[in-house]
Write a protein that binds this ligand. Structure first.
Ligand SMILES: Cc1cc2nc3c(=O)[nH]c(=O)nc-3n(C[C@H](O)[C@H](O)[C@H](O)COP(=O)(O)OP(=O)(O)OC[C@H]3O[C@@H](n4cnc5c(N)ncnc54)[C@H](O)[C@@H]3O)c2cc1C
Length: 361
């Protein structure tokens, strides 16, 4: 069976590993010339870890990620707002909550699949379903025909737009931008096995260790549309380490991501022999830090669906039935925002236990 995966991000690569493990002939087509290297970390939760373990990547994943034993929240005067002990989560939920450097994770996945099987510089421009196969056309003039095409081309998916639609974006009126950077862990005064975050109604900044001596900070401020406005907001938070952390972060290391509220969701994922996976299937706000976790769960579900039947259409149906409603539930959870934000929700580790681990199906 030939499978073409459009998008070489976390979803495309993890799906490729799962399907190649079933003996399928899998190729990944990625528009960028190399793996994405934006200065970013990720907080991944036990549900991500369980899926990654089940895809056969336990040893590599444990080696590159930092187990988070605590989540600490403080106010702008450094007074404690909450503390959540997560050290027992591996026993309780089957995997830890971790911090990891995105590029290290992508590289681990690409090496597990086979770097030589990733076709970089292939930007999908259109896809056609032919009933018992599907064809992708790329901007470099190359076409590929497979028994199945997976659209793992991210939040603004070209495949979703062409075949399914159903999603529109509007600027988030509370936190319109997320700012983030990777710095040396030694340069910041935080527990090296914890997420440490500082919150007010208007904004927050959070720091997690991501391995290899690095830390990742990320945050948003209501009304801040530039790094200067973001930094200015924290100038008076002198009892915290934030003014210093921001002052030692080189401006060129800071990545700005516009945040959008997502209206609607794809009413179906599968169109003949083409289906969606990851952010293309369930675009969501990053406030629950669940986008990548849900993506790894998709990849595992897709592999399991194809392992359960030789009928391709049935496998795609089983995959979508298992994942579409479940991931849409998480999309809705993510729309509520961040701790002390516009909806005054609980701290993120509390929400993970209450809304994801205990309730998600
Ligand atoms: C600021 C921010 C912080 C986040 N933090 C977290 C977090 O802490 N934890 C978490 O779980 N999630 C987090 N997420 C979400 C997470 O990044 C995504 O859910 C995850 O990367 C989805 O994987 P994906 O493979 O579907 O998409 P992506 O990782 O975006 O990969 C899509 C790939 O497709 C490629 N592509 C796009 N268009 C085409 C095309 N036309 N042809 C070929 N290739 C194409 C892209 O170059 C990219 O490599 C965050 C997101 C943001 C924006």
């Amino acid at each position: 069976m030939r499978v073409g995966i459009c998008g070489g991000g976390l979803g495309g690569l993890s799906a490729a590993i799962g399907l190649a493990g079933l003996g399928f002939d899998v190729e990944v087509f990625e528009k960028s010339p190399s793996l994405r290297a934006t200065g970013a970390g990720l907080n991944l939760w036990p549900n991500a870890g369980r899926a990654i373990y089940a895809l056969g990547l336990r040893e590599q994943y444990d080696a590159i990620s930092v187990k988070l034993d605590h989540y600490f929240g403080y106010d702008p005067d450094c007074r404690p707002l909450f503390e959540h002990d997560t050290s027992a989560w591996p026993e309780k939920y089957g995997a830890p909550s971790v911090g990891v450097y995105r590029l290290t994770l992508s590289t681990m996945l690409a090496e597990a699949f086979g770097m030589d099987k990733i076709r970089f510089g292939h930007e999908l421009v259109s896809v056609e379903d032919k009933g018992d196969s599907a064809v992708c056309h790329f901007s470099n003039g190359v076409s590929y025909e497979g028994d199945v095409i997976i659209g793992a081309d991210g939040i603004y998916s070209a495949i979703r737009k062409q075949l399914i639609g159903g999603v529109t974006f509007r600027p988030n009126d509370h936190h319109a931008f997320r700012f983030r950077a990777v710095i040396d862990l030694n340069d910041v005064d935080v527990d090296p096995a914890a997420q440490t975050a500082f919150y007010s109604r208007g904004g927050f900044l959070s720091v997690i260790p991501i391995g290899d001596g690095k830390a990742y900070w990320f945050g948003s401020v209501a009304g801040a549309a530039s790094i200067d406005e973001f930094v200015a907001y924290f100038t008076s938070w002198t009892k915290t380490h934030i003014p210093r952390t921001l002052s030692i972060t080189p401006r060129e290391a800071v990545v700005e991501s516009p945040l959008f509220d997502v209206d609607g969701s794809p009413y179906k994922w599968t169109h003949g022999r083409v289906t969606l996976l990851g952010d293309s299937a369930h675009p969501m706000m990053p406030d629950m830090a669940q986008g990548a976790s849900q993506t790894f769960i998709d990849s595992l579900a897709l592999r399991n669906a194809f392992a359960s039947t030789k009928d391709i259409d049935e496998a795609l149906h089983v995959y979508e039935s298992e994942r579409r409603a479940a991931s849409n539930y998480v999309v809705k959870c993510s729309q509520k925002g961040s701790f002390l934000g516009r909806n005054n929700v609980n701290p993120i580790p509390v929400r993970y236990e209450q809304e994801i681990e205990a309730i998600a199906v």
